[in-house]
Design a protein around this ligand. Structure first.
Ligand code: DX5
Ligand code: ZN
Length: 225
């Protein structure tokens, strides 16, 4: 069973070769991934457009891996049902997004559907913004780049104190949610994130990039072992 003490490397599909997405999903699975990270971008909440629920559904058809869906979109509550039906296992929503209802109600709907739920914080959003929700989440995602694009450098100074504060608050209060980092995670930055409390490491460029993905996954796992 995966707990907040389990370290996992999560390949991010954003960095895969979309001309053969089914084979890329299989490549990640064969390379040892248990969870796959799917970045949904709406060209509005972030300055890029990626894919939507149909892609999540395509990926679901290719694999039984745990699908960790990161919604970088406004009005995630409006689109929620489609991602649930597409076969997501976890849905993470941003506290900074616009909602027709509210963050709390959206989390509640995700859980009611039998999925796990997470909230994400932009690098400039303080940990305090997560406080109203920490009792109701399975995962807290601390963005380590400004969301929108793969291949950006890890924002250590801006985000590691926040991650450490989240870990301290979580452990002091006996909470069990995962701490996930996303953006610029490589073998040299993953250990820094681990030291500060992360146990889920989203890796795009560093996992799908190299030709031998099994080797890149092994090296990343060794870096956080
Ligand atoms: C950034 C996305 C990330 C991205 C990470 O907006 O949320 O998941 O794919 O990519 P790398 O690992 O290349 O920084
Ligand atoms: Zn992401």
């Amino acid at each position: 069973m995966t707990t907040h003490e389990t370290n996992l490397i999560l390949p991010s599909l954003l960095a895969s070769d979309w001309s053969k997405v089914g084979a890329e999903v299989k490549r990640a699975e064969d390379a040892g991934a248990d969870w796959l990270h799917l970045d949904v971008m709406d060209g509005n909440f972030v300055d890029n457009i990626s894919f939507g629920p149909q892609m999540v559904q395509v990926v679901r058809k290719c694999t039984d891996m745990y699908l960790d869906v990161h919604l970088m979109i406004h009005r995630p509550d409006h689109y929620l049902e489609r991602f649930i039906l597409a076969g997501a296992n976890n849905i993470t929503i941003h506290v900074e997004a616009n909602y027709d209802t509210s963050v709390a109600e959206t989390l509640q709907r995700i859980r009611a559907a039998g999925l796990q739920c997470g909230i994400a914080l932009h690098p400039s959003t303080p940990f305090e913004a997560a406080l109203p929700f920490v009792n109701d989440i399975d995962l807290l995602l601390i963005m380590t780049v400004v969301p929108g694009f793969g291949g950006q450098p890890f924002m250590e100074k801006e985000t590691m104190p926040k991650l450490a504060a989240a870990r301290a608050h979580r452990d002091t209060n006996g909470l069990k949610y995962h701490l996930e980092v996303d953006g610029g995670v490589y073998t040299h930055t993953a250990p820094i994130a681990k030291q500060n409390g992360a146990n889920l490491f989203v890796c795009g460029t560093s996992s799908f990039g190299p030709a031998d993905m099994a080797q890149s996954m092994r090296e990343l796992a060794a870096a956080v072992a």
